[in-house]
Design a protein around this ligand. Sequence first.
Ligand SMILES: [Zn+2]
Length: 284
Amino acid sequence: MYEKTENILKMAKESNTAVISFICMDYTMARSVVYAAEAANTPAIVMLYPEHVTVQHTTGFANYAAMVKELAGEVKVPIGLHADHDFTYDAVMNTIGAGFESVMIDGSMNDLDTNIALTKKVVLKARESGVCVEGEIGHVGAAASSDNANEDLYTKADAAEKFCRETGVNSLAVSIGNAHGEYKDTPHLDIPRLEEIHAATDVSLVLHGGSGIPDDQLLTAFSKGINKFNLGTEFLGRYYDAVAAFSLENADNPDPVKIINLPEYVQGKLQPYLEERLRTLCHF
Ligand SMILES: [Zn+2]
């Protein structure tokens, strides 16, 4: 069933666990997540990375929101919808207008006061329509440039406290040794820093750059305030591998419309992987 992400975050906070928010670029990925969540009997969030609309053209904003709500209606577990990194006020308003009730405004490339001003403006407008907002401070950079090891980018507890108090965000993405993309070396989350941020704030904390962080570190982080965990790179890699396997298996298949079997084949490969992730990491 469709559930507002705001409510799923509350459930995760009460259970002292995290919901996994999966980047899904199309129907095949979204359907795989929804049915894996049903099989694992746990909530999940289907998340749009806006560039998949604006750059890669895999979907549209409004049809994506409608697609996720329709898929969610096919299962019993709570399925949320969320839009990942938008960087401007206008972009967030466009996303909200398309039917998203949970959005992210990422002002983390700005100085703290500019980030606060931008995020606060988004929160005030979003609240009018009951939309929940995720912000970010510190800066979650790119794993390819080893940003996860750059403590200058890490979130500071006093800044997090000020940010949450002044903006009114529902959730906050933190930088504690995580980064987007594929890590060069095994990342090490700064758990004492997470504990400080958790003690200084009362919002749901969010961990971006989830691909490649060892499970024991993730589970520790989930017990110390991380209530949402974004998984993209690893999932997209599994998608590619499944398409490649389908292509190999059908190399000698003369059927001119063999492509129509691709989505079901890929979903059959992705669902067991997703189910394993949900069963291992989510404890509602
Ligand atoms: Zn991110």
